[in-house]
Design a protein around this ligand. Sequence first.
Ligand SMILES: CC(C)=CCC/C(C)=C/CC/C(C)=C/CC/C(C)=C/COC[C@@H](COP(=O)(O)O)OC/C=C(\C)CC/C=C(\C)CC/C=C(\C)CCC=C(C)C
Ligand SMILES: Nc1ccn([C@@H]2O[C@H](COP(=O)(O)OP(=O)(O)OP(=O)(O)O)[C@@H](O)[C@H]2O)c(=O)n1
Ligand SMILES: [Mg+2]
Length: 180
Amino acid sequence: MLLELVAVAFWAMLPAYVPNNVAVLAGGGTPIDSGRTMGGRRLLGDGKTWRGTAVGTLAGFVLAQALTALAPVVLRTTGVAVPTFPVTAAFGLAFGAMLGDITASFLKRRTGRERGASFPVVDQLDFVAGALGCAALLDFAWFSTTFSLPVLGVVVVLTPVLHVATNVVAYVLGLKDEPY
Ligand SMILES: CC(C)=CCC/C(C)=C/CC/C(C)=C/CC/C(C)=C/COC[C@@H](COP(=O)(O)O)OC/C=C(\C)CC/C=C(\C)CC/C=C(\C)CCC=C(C)C
Ligand SMILES: Nc1ccn([C@@H]2O[C@H](COP(=O)(O)OP(=O)(O)OP(=O)(O)O)[C@@H](O)[C@H]2O)c(=O)n1
Ligand SMILES: [Mg+2]
């Protein structure tokens, strides 16, 4: 039962997880804030670029289509009813993840944190809040069906673990300059 719940939660969050990963790989280029500042500090910083945001969102959106096509196969082979993703949910999760991460960068700059600085808890849950918020806004019926309280509980506990693990793996692989 718990394993099934974790599998459903991970599956449901993949279109929000992968944009963050792909943005690291595809990132760089023109910063979204174009160097603009507020109160003497950058609006967002060089860590939020148009290319990373666009490619990350696209990757999450496309992955959601693949997961939707795969869902019946998973049900048939494992008996686990994993979620499918209507276009509204796919875009909400993928773009929302990027928007949440961008919002966190805005807050980091306002609190005097340099680009790449760690902001515990915010770093781990910013994109979750953005993704779930956007998905709920764009398709509340899907959101409320997919993210039951038990699934939400697993997401909130599982994501920080995965976030730390993937950042450390990416740092060890030289994909990120810091392990968070
Ligand atoms: C299950 C446990 C305990 C560990 C997970 C180990 C794992 C899945 C390692 C893969 C990590 C890795 C090297 C992926 C390649 C992509 C990449 C460069 C990741 C670096 O991203 C770091 C971080 C950036 O976010 P930030 O802006 O907030 O700092 O990623 C954020 C982490 C998450 C969103 C948490 C959930 C992510 C995963 C579970 C990783 C899932 C990875 C895939 C499905 C493969 C990625 C696919 C592509 C095409 C990149
Ligand atoms: N919308 C985004 C998000 C991430 N990235 C890329 O992914 C890297 C890691 O993302 P993240 O850790 O969120 O950015 P930081 O560099 O740590 O910047 P910040 O302090 O603002 O989080 C960034 O440096 C950037 O190269 C990007 O280009 N566009
Ligand atoms: Mg960071």
